[in-house]
Design a protein around this ligand. Sequence first.
Ligand SMILES: [Zn+2]
Length: 304
Amino acid sequence: MSPLLEAALSYAARGIPVYPVHWPRRILGRAGLACSCRRGPACDRPAKHPLLRHGANDATTDPAQLERWWDRWPQANVGLATGIVFDALDIDGPAGLAALRQLQEAAGLRLPDPLVATGGGGWHVWFRPTGLGNRPPRGLHHVDWRGRGGCVLAPPSRHMSGRSYRWLRRLDQAPLAEVPAALRLLLNPDPSTTTRPAGTAGPDLAGHPYGRRVLADELAALGRATPGKRNLTLNRTAFKVYRYVAGGLLDDQEVTRAFTTAALAIGLDPAETGRTLASARTAGLANPRTIPPPPDQRREEAGP
Ligand SMILES: [Zn+2]
């Protein structure tokens, strides 16, 4: 059995729908490789587009069908439908990795190691399915998300570079990870709703309920900021919240992480976000605030 069919059957056995994809082939009298399709060297998606008309929608877990396909096209690359057994973060080479590193540092994000090295010099990190469709994470360049309705090529498919997709770890080595919250936020469709958790700033945030409500309100205000006002709004809202950090109502790191994630989610760039937050933090910590006194007490203080 060819390694390609063997791989296709093993994916299908895990419940991952598989479909055949064009492959890179040598052409007599030419240097290099060309797509196996009729366009050959002129193909604009060489060795990446499906052999069947409906592409990933034709994908199946039926072993008999897979055997028929790879019997007909023994060299076909192996395409997998995403969004069912796994979603994939598609990191497009060193530039994509650099964008993720910035987010990792800024948001305290911890990503699992990539599972697949692509033949084109990038990586795929597999996650448990999110239910989300294909979309690039907001604010991250050279990084893409393959979810419901999407697809990826899988080992041992071959790339036009002549290299193969390969496993960096065995698929069985550990269960697939959940998408980290900081990344998930960048994938959610509407930042203004995702940065406004109803009533609280999320279950993982420490702090006094009053502080958490202030944080949630300010994050929501940041989510609503119009494009030209985003950096200014970040400065204003973060300043307010850091004052409560200084007052002992909220945790410094949690606040920084929440604002960083929210700022990246609305499209601010990581460097600008870092600078603005640092300055808002310095100013806020120098002006502590705590829970305001109840209204009747305030009246008394105001005097007759
Ligand atoms: Zn082609």
